[in-house]
Design a protein around this ligand. Sequence first.
Ligand SMILES: O=C(O)CCC(=O)C(=O)O
Ligand SMILES: [Fe+2]
Length: 279
Amino acid sequence: MLKPRLPTLARCYSKLTTAPHPALHILPAFLAPSAQQLLLTASLALLAAPSRSTSHARKIARQWKKANPSWTPEHGFMSAEAYEWEEGHFDGVIEGYREMLVRAEMYDSANQDLVSVLQELYRLLPPSEDAPSPSPSPPTAAVDPPAHLLMHLLHLAPHGEIRPHVDNKEAFGRTIVGLSLGGERVMRFRRAEGEGEAADAPQEGPEEFEVLLRPGDVYVQSEPLRTHYTHEVLKTSQWEGREVGGTQRLSIMLRDKLPLAESSTNVGFGMGTGGMGSS
Ligand SMILES: O=C(O)CCC(=O)C(=O)O
Ligand SMILES: [Fe+2]
């Protein structure tokens, strides 16, 4: 008789400091609610900038605001119907979303509270491999965004989801930092099929595991997880007997540029590409 298969799915509560894979670090409630609100409001304002939104998107937002005069930007998200969502990433990995690449200076540098919150985030990115710091920088040194930072906003609709993928290895370095704002979602990691490079992957960690990402939580994916596991953000999922997901979520993704020695000369990285490779 066949033995029952051992469950391969491990689950992690982000309130625990130990994650189910040694290369995944979860920083639960990294941002306090007031800091979350500040950053969410500022990020939604960037996404709404006339230079990056269509006239149709601005029109539906205007109409929604007119019908909901008590709403102010500090409330965070408008209703989902007030946004123009993109349906289907060019490579089919993501659905129901809005996104943009951001440069740190796009955020209001006169808002000291906001600048402090952003600095907290920048400190999570390891030093560049091109110019490693001789010793850990004192906290006050991290005023400017690191030169090797690539930052990306991703706003998911209630129906939005991110299917399994490995972030583009030709465009980004070894670390992926993600901050969750807004609705809770479950993120799933699964060991990628062992081909080529992946076949030599260290076999530590479970085949598959999930983490609950709550607003204000940060996760850090380092190697070998970053390259050898796919990750996905589920539309909805059961977690501790309740349904999680199906609401708007905004993530701020911080990645490091490839070290000079490894970067190819011209990797396309424009709007519409969060840099997700295929799974
Ligand atoms: O929203 C997230 O936390 C993950 C986003 C992601 O996987 C990506 O942009 O490649
Ligand atoms: Fe990704």
